[in-house]
Design a protein around this ligand. Structure first.
Ligand code: NDP
Length: 334
């Protein structure tokens, strides 16, 4: 079977491409330029016979995916901006997220009649109501939605624009499959909390880390004297997120899958690194060892992903130590 994966060049994308290839699927990956396509081909050169790439320079352009969807049997749409380096919320985050999603669904209806399943990478941010803070006692699960509106996301100045872009894109996807004529496929969304874990070998360099990787690298690059506050106190391993995409693709219920492996705190990361990796001791801030900065906070119910997809999550120590060891290998390779 041929699967189209957008965003395959990213942190989660490389692991996802790898897991589909390892299971014997043929993968067509899109990226915005030929260099990104070439590097994806070289990272996964062991599966060269199963992997092809295509440039889609602007995912918001009408008909952007008309060629990329030809002959595919399934779709994973992951491409979406995840960065705090933005100047215009609408142009840099909202429109690529929403219109990229609508375009790939429209191209699927028009040109990919064999597709029975589309998996969209959404986020816990599409579920959580961050305006309510840490909400001790509250349990988040898949029936809940972020209240962020288009206007609030466009006008946001307090760092919620990315969350809004993910909520609005996912909402657009469900609306599309429920209301558009000619839809012949089911939709699943994967909604992870903060994604950590090792970069796929060879897929990136220390100077070019994505958003969630740079948040952790900042703790060990000797740039900090204090442990920064933890804004999002949950995490999930990138390998589990990739696996969830594969397994969500292989089931047929139209569902959201919320993914969290448990609690996360930057103080715990610093404690772990100082304790387990002696070379890093002088580079990692001390803070208040043993005293996580985040207090009581919401819980996240992941029973659906456990029962329907059968995923057991990697532990905090495995995820963070594997991630940091991958950073150290990248530093040595520079
Ligand atoms: P990366 O930044 O590593 O990858 C993002 C991918 O999306 C890249 O492949 C990039 O492709 C593509 N992309 C980014 N911006 C655009 C744009 N404007 N137009 C077209 N393509 C674009 O991020 P992650 O791997 O961390 O994120 C992947 C997905 O997972 C995103 O949808 C993100 O919202 C979601 N997510 C991530 C979480 C995390 O903690 N990392 C948590 C929850 C959800 P190109 O090669 O063309 O640059």
């Amino acid at each position: 079977k041929l699967i189209l994966i957008t965003g395959g060049t990213g942190f989660i994308g490389n692991h996802t491409v790898s897991q589909f290839l390892s299971k014997g699927y043929r993968v067509r990956a899109t990226a915005r330029n030929q260099d990104a396509c070439n590097s994806l081909l070289s990272v996964h050169s062991g599966h060269r016979d199963l992997l092809e790439t295509q440039v889609v320079a602007d995912i918001t352009r009408p008909g952007a995916f008309d060629t990329a969807v030809k002959d595919v049997d399934g779709i994973v749409h992951m491409a979406s901006p995840f960065t705090d380096k933005i100047t215009d919320n609408e142009r840099d985050l909202i429109l690529p997220a929403i219109n990229g999603t609508k375009e790939i669904l429209q191209s699927t209806v028009s040109f990919a009649p064999k597709v029975k399943r589309v998996v969209l990478t959404s986020s816990f941010a599409a579920i959580a109501d961050f305006s309510k803070g840490l909400r001790p006692g509250h349990v988040y699960e898949e029936s809940q939605w972020s209240p962020l509106t288009y206007q609030a996301t466009k006008d946001d100045k307090i760092g919620l624009a990315y969350a809004g872009s993910k909520k609005l894109a996912e909402e657009a996807a469900w609306q599309f499959v429920e209301t558009s004529p000619g839809v012949n496929f089911s939709l699943a969304t994967v909604n992870p909390t903060m994604v950590y874990g090792p970069a796929f070998p060879g897929s990136t360099s220390i100077k070019n880390l994505g958003q969630s990787m740079s948040d952790i690298y900042a703790l060990m690059d000797a740039s900090l004297t204090e442990v920064p506050p933890t804004l999002l106190p949950s995490f999930v391993d990138v390998r589990d997120v990739a696996r969830a995409h594969l397994l969500a693709f292989e089931t047929d219920q139209p569902q959201r899958f919320l993914l969290s492996a448990g609690d996360f705190d930057k103080q715990n990361v610093c404690d772990l690194l100082r304790d387990q990796i002696p070379e890093l001791k002088s580079r990692v801030p001390v803070g208040n060892p043993g005293k996580p900065s985040v207090g009581e906070h919401y819980e996240i119910d992941c029973s659906r992903v456990r029962s329907v997809l059968g995923i057991e999550f990697q532990s905090f120590n495995e995820t963070l130590l594997d991630m940091v060891r991958a950073f150290m290998e990248m530093e040595n390779a520079e």
